[in-house]
Design a protein around this ligand. Structure first.
Ligand SMILES: C[S@@+](CC[C@H](N)C(=O)[O-])C[C@H]1O[C@@H](n2cnc3c(N)ncnc32)[C@H](O)[C@@H]1O
Length: 286
């Protein structure tokens, strides 16, 4: 089996431009773009993942007694994640504010004991962070790229999260409909960061939510404009009125901006066009 052959089925138990804390310039974890823009060839060091003292109160508030686990994940991202091209070298020193704390703040919108599906997890953001911050959650990381899912699988094992976190290798639509003999999956909450514009994201994500469940899309400064542009499509997909939620107010600065959409109606996939009928009202193929 090659590296690229690893599928979700081999896993037990359970990477655009992610919106960072900057309301103006979104953060990115795109390693290739980062390396190109800096021209740097930085050797990763665990020290890059050290929690900055000024962020310690926020980290403690968001991770509580799971702070050590969050620190272990930060170190894996800043070392293996950089070496394997999942995180740009420039992201390593800002892993806590732009990524871990930014994602963990969203936990306040997730009910106790919820099942969470994270679409386009990349290196585990935000799904893995939520699983670390909230041991009561059951989280599935949905990611089509083998290089990313193999990293996720290893991190889940190394952090001892296999009981609450599962990795699904595939696209969101494959997860929703079931494919390759896999059962369709659904959850109370669907999360996504830096995956697609709101219309496409809603098309992929709402079918994954149970009725009354919700999509939490981490969107940064584009949130209001995206809602205005795509509200009609969202409604056609069965979504309620999208709202903008600020998470982590008073804990992180700036708070995380999330577009929240409740799945109000179950809308099926588009039906194929009706067959043309021959004269006399009968289908041409009989
Ligand atoms: C820019 S990365 C963001 C990764 C991560 N969410 C973050 O914030 O760092 C976008 C990710 O979405 C994944 N992706 C793209 N299309 C997808 C789809 N249809 N279903 C699930 N994941 C998808 C890509 O493979 C990639 O890992």
């Amino acid at each position: 089996m090659t590296h690229d052959d690893i599928t979700a089925d081999t896993v037990s138990g359970p990477g655009g431009k992610p919106p960072g804390p900057s309301a103006v310039r979104p953060a990115t974890v795109d390693a290739d773009a980062d390396a190109e823009s800096t021209g740097r060839d930085t050797a990763p060091s665990p020290a890059d993942a050290a929690l900055p003292p000024e962020l310690a109160p926020a980290a403690l508030a968001l991770f509580g007694d799971r702070l050590d686990l969050a620190a272990a994940y930060a170190e894996l991202l800043a070392t293996d994640g950089v070496v394997r091209g999942l995180i740009g070298p420039r992201e390593a020193p800002r892993i806590w504010d732009r990524h871990l704390l930014n994602c963990a703040a969203v936990a306040e919108r997730i009910p106790s004991g919820a099942t969470v599906l994270d679409v386009g997890s990349g290196a585990g953001l935000p799904g893995l962070v939520l699983a670390i911050a909230r041991p009561d959650l059951t989280v599935t990381l949905i990611e089509p790229l083998a290089r990313r899912t193999s990293f996720l699988i290893e991190v889940v094992e190394r952090l001892g999260l296999a009981r609450s976190v599962r990795v699904f290798r595939g696209r969101a639509d494959e997860a929703a409909s079931g494919s390759s003999g896999r059962e369709p999956i659904s959850g109370d909450v669907v999360t996504a960061r830096a995956v697609a514009p709101l219309d496409r994201l809603a098309g992929w994500s709402l079918p994954l939510a149970v009725r009354g469940g919700r999509l939490l899309a981490l969107k940064g400064s584009s949130a209001a404009a995206e809602i205005e542009e795509h509200a009609e499509v969202v409604a056609r997909l069965g979504g309620g009125e999208p709202t903008v939620q600020l998470c982590g107010v008073g804990v992180i600065d700036p708070p995380t901006t999330v577009v929240e959409i409740v799945r109000e109606r179950m809308v099926g996939p588009a039906r194929p066009a009706a067959k043309k009928r021959a004269r006399g009202g009968r289908s041409r193929r009989g």
